[in-house]
Design a protein around this ligand. Structure first.
Ligand SMILES: NC(=O)c1ccc[n+]([C@@H]2O[C@H](COP(=O)([O-])OP(=O)(O)OC[C@H]3O[C@@H](n4cnc5c(N)ncnc54)[C@H](O)[C@@H]3O)[C@@H](O)[C@H]2O)c1
Length: 462
């Protein structure tokens, strides 16, 4: 298999520790062709459409870590180690992968509200003043560029900081923004991570089927082209990887897949995997591994931030619901186990409840079945902080998408499934939702990258 040697790190001198679990089956893995070392001081632009709670918590978090005010808890690239297929622990990721250091990240973004990152972080009420005040000036310097925004796609919001013109003009203006930002800030490369709102539900239509149709639709200002698609289009046109933190269709349509392929640019899945779905994709594999049955899984949440307000609109919630409902079917695999999972009742609701702000509370009632069909139940009460869970994912995705891009990746990067509620695969391969299977795939790819980086750093003999 291509990349087998790289996958176990054996050819590189990368020392892996003692096994914690047995071997796992081989998973298809493509080895990075080249991974040249980073040049010191080379800046990476991290461009965030949507500078709300998640984006400002990510930006302020990086600044707080740089100022030694806090640890990057929850950030795999900063605290994680390489993990072998059998669970053996290898070196720290930061020590063996050429990841851009925090000091070389430059944040920018767009939002229909003109608040700078400091004001937006205060409004989001996620981080406390003792974290924000010492980095106030850095945050105040980050002002959102005018957004490509359309109230038809996010009905609960409206702001003045928006671009005007045809969709084609807006797409071109975004490309100018990207290039201008990179030039102004001396950035060698950029990545875009969508941290904007969840748009109303939409399905792939004629305008999304090919690049030719998409560009024609831009010229005609076709209303089926969502703002998030225009950001994805602009990023891909500029050779900038696009990672999608929301369940919006965005890059996940044939036209933009075609563009990503043509431009040789990395894309990822959709919707950050945090909170309830993170729990679900952890507990469901356990039920399946022990052949315990499932009758029903009822998930409900209360959330009081702006995201909760947007999701209070039924059509935006539908986009989220589709993303959240998909995970159980694949993990439980009812086709092979109709007696255990043939008739599962799965419900997900989110309620907008302002008093809670960003501090989401989720309840899961899981009705399971044991030996001889006797019923049992599991209750989960997760009192989380939405943006505190999502912010490190923004940082990890930005650094890993950049790594994947430098390694020659293009199109959907399945190895990043670990971070998404809706992983995107290449056509013909099914999604994997099980967090632990995703972890194996991710770490195989990271080991392959580490090998490429190590061999690039080793002078050729003879
Ligand atoms: N926090 C989590 O745990 C989590 C998990 C998964 C996904 N998400 C998704 O991440 C996204 C951000 O969440 P949040 O809590 O920061 O929400 P938020 O409402 O605080 O921030 C979203 C921002 O996007 C802006 N926006 C909307 N449309 C835009 C456009 N077309 N261009 C530029 N900006 C636009 C809004 O004005 C707002 O400031 C949401 O889509 C949410 O569903 C969050």
């Amino acid at each position: 298999m291509e990349g087998a040697a790289a996958a176990d790190g054996s050819a590189t001198g990368i020392e892996m520790g003692t096994a914690r679990r047995g071997p796992l089956p081989e998973v298809f893995m493509k080895v990075a062709p080249v991974l040249p070392p980073l040049r010191s001081g080379e800046k990476l632009a991290v461009l965030l459409p949507g500078m709300g709670a998640v984006a400002t918590t990510a930006i302020a978090g990086v600044e707080a870590v740089k100022a030694k005010l806090a640890q990057p808890v929850g950030c795999l690239t900063q605290l994680g180690h390489l993990v072998g297929d059998a669970g053996e622990v290898g070196p720290r990721l930061r020590d063996v992968l050429p990841l851009v250091p925090f000091d070389d990240l430059v944040f920018g973004g767009w939002d229909p509200f003109p608040d700078d990152a400091y004001q937006a972080a205060l409004r989001a009420r996620v981080l406390e003043r003792h974290h924000l005040e010492p980095i106030r000036e850095r945050l105040q310097a980050i002002k959102p560029m005018p957004a490509v925004f359309d109230k038809a796609w996010v009905r609960r919001l409206d702001g003045p900081n928006v671009k005007t013109g045809t969709l084609r003009e807006k797409a071109e203006a975004l490309q100018d923004d990207i290039k201008g930002f990179m030039r102004k800030n001396g950035c060698a490369r950029a990545v875009m991570v969508w941290t904007g709102s969840t748009e109303v539900y939409s399905e792939i239509g004629p305008a999304h089927l090919s690049m030719a149709a998409f560009e024609k639709a831009l010229d005609a200002s076709d209303p089926t082209i969502a703002p998030s698609m225009i950001y994805a289009y602009a990023a891909l046109k500029c050779g900038v990887p696009f990672m999608n933190g929301a369940p919006n269709l965005s890059q996940d349509c044939p036209a933009l897949r075609e563009l990503a392929e043509l431009q040789g640019v990395c894309t990822g899945g959709k919707d950050f995997k945090t909170g309830q779905t993170l729990m679900k994709t952890t507990i469901a594999p356990m039920l399946h591994a022990r052949m315990l049955g499932l009758e029903g899984w009822f998930s409900t949440n209360i959330l009081g931030n702006r995201d909760g307000e947007v999701l209070d609109d039924a059509d935006s919630f539908k986009t989220k619901e589709v993303s959240k409902l998909g995970v159980l079917d694949q993990i439980l695999d009812a086709d092979h186990h109709p007696e255990l999972y043939g008739d599962v009742e799965h419900k997900v609701t989110i309620h907008y409840y302002p008093p809670r702000g960003d501090n989401k509370e989720g309840w899961d009632a899981i009705d399971i079945v044991g030996w001889l069909g006797y019923p049992m139940s599991i209750k989960v009460n997760f009192q989380c902080r939405d943006s505190i869970l999502a912010a490190p994912i923004v940082v990890d995705l930005a650094l890993l998408a950049d790594l994947g891009q430098r390694a020659g990746g293009k199109g959907p990067q399945e190895w990043l499934s670990f971070f998404f509620k809706s992983p995107v695969t290449v056509p013909g391969r099914s999604q994997v939702h099980d967090l632990f299977q995703q972890q194996v795939v991710l770490h195989r790819k990271l080991r392959a990258f580490a090998e490429q980086a190590a061999s690039a750093a080793t002078p050729a003999v003879g």
